[in-house]
Design a protein around this ligand. Structure first.
Ligand code: TMP
Ligand code: ASP
Length: 253
């Protein structure tokens, strides 16, 4: 691989310095982790699929006026993005009970929620990303009150749009996690959607049989993880110019 400056390495992605100021290169790894890194595996081809799915979703979000960090995909595993100051909050939006809300509130998995629910988690691996309230966010200045309102409104808009997008592909959008970043223009900043949207960060169920097509296959040892991710890509119509999974090997950049 070319030698270039690594800015940050996370569990599933690496950020390198970009070709111009204000840009970064986001590299999608094949690593899968769960339960705050306690479970780890390398799933060949996952990064390639997530790069494409995230590109597809961010590009569609641009068409409805949602600003994101995505500029363009560079190759199989990399995309050029705007460098943003990441807000240290994970914004989760839920339509159907699953995962931690099902556990915390004793709801049966699969029960539709009375309305879409937005939750916030403090992005801190050492603390295991604890759930927080809007009070914590403003009191500790992780985001301002107007930023919080904007994240909430953008998240609900993204939810409506993605629910329809996935429904058209026979997929129920159960829940998903978003991250936002700030772009500074002198003393003014604006929020843009950052990170990725992929089966790593969403729960996606087949509308007919509720089959899981997301990272829960890895978390719960259900097998067929990359096959499920490629099925999502196929249904969204983005596998056409993608090499067969069997042809994707770790060495591919
Ligand atoms: P949860 O039910 O475990 O709280 O997860 C809610 C959603 O957020 C689910 O779609 C998976 C996603 N998520 C992440 O992307 N990263 C995380 O670290 C966690 C815990 C969840
Ligand atoms: N991404 C998180 C981790 O690595 C948790 C998850 O997605 O379940 O621990």
């Amino acid at each position: 691989m070319k030698s270039r400056k690594k800015i940050y390495e996370g569990k599933a992605k690496i950020l390198y310095e970009g070709p111009e100021p204000g840009t970064l290169i986001q590299y999608f790894k094949d690593d899968a982790t769960a339960f705050n890194n306690k479970k780890h595996d390398v799933l060949e081809g996952k990064g390639v699929i997530n790069n494409r799915i995230s590109e597809f979703i961010m590009t569609h979000l641009h068409t409805i006026g949602i600003q994101t960090h995505f500029i363009k995909r560079l190759n199989m595993r990399e995309q050029l993005i705007k460098s943003a100051e990441i807000v240290p909050i994970e914004v989760v939006c839920r339509n159907v009970a699953a995962g931690s809300i099902a556990q915390r509130l004793g709801l049966p998995e699969g029960q539709a929620l009375p309305r879409s629910i937005v939750e916030f988690y403090y992005k801190n691996d050492e603390l295991g990303d604890p759930m927080i309230s809007e009070e914590h966010i403003t009191a500790f200045s992780w985001a301002s009150a107007p930023e919080l309102d904007e994240m909430m409104a953008m998240t609900l808009r993204i939810n409506d749009f993605l629910t329809g997008l996935f429904a058209g592909a026979g997929i129920r959008l159960v829940d998903f996690k978003l991250e936002y970043g700030r772009i500074w223009d002198n003393e003014y900043s604006r929020l843009i959607l950052a990170d990725e949207i992929s089966p790593d960060s969403c729960r996606l169920w087949d509308v007919e049989n509720n089959e899981k097509l997301d990272k829960d296959r890895f978390r719960r040892d259900l097998g067929g993880v990359t096959e499920a991710y490629s099925e999502v890509a196929r249904r969204l119509g983005i596998m056409k110019d993608m090499p067969k999974l069997s042809a994707i090997e770790g060495g591919l950049k």
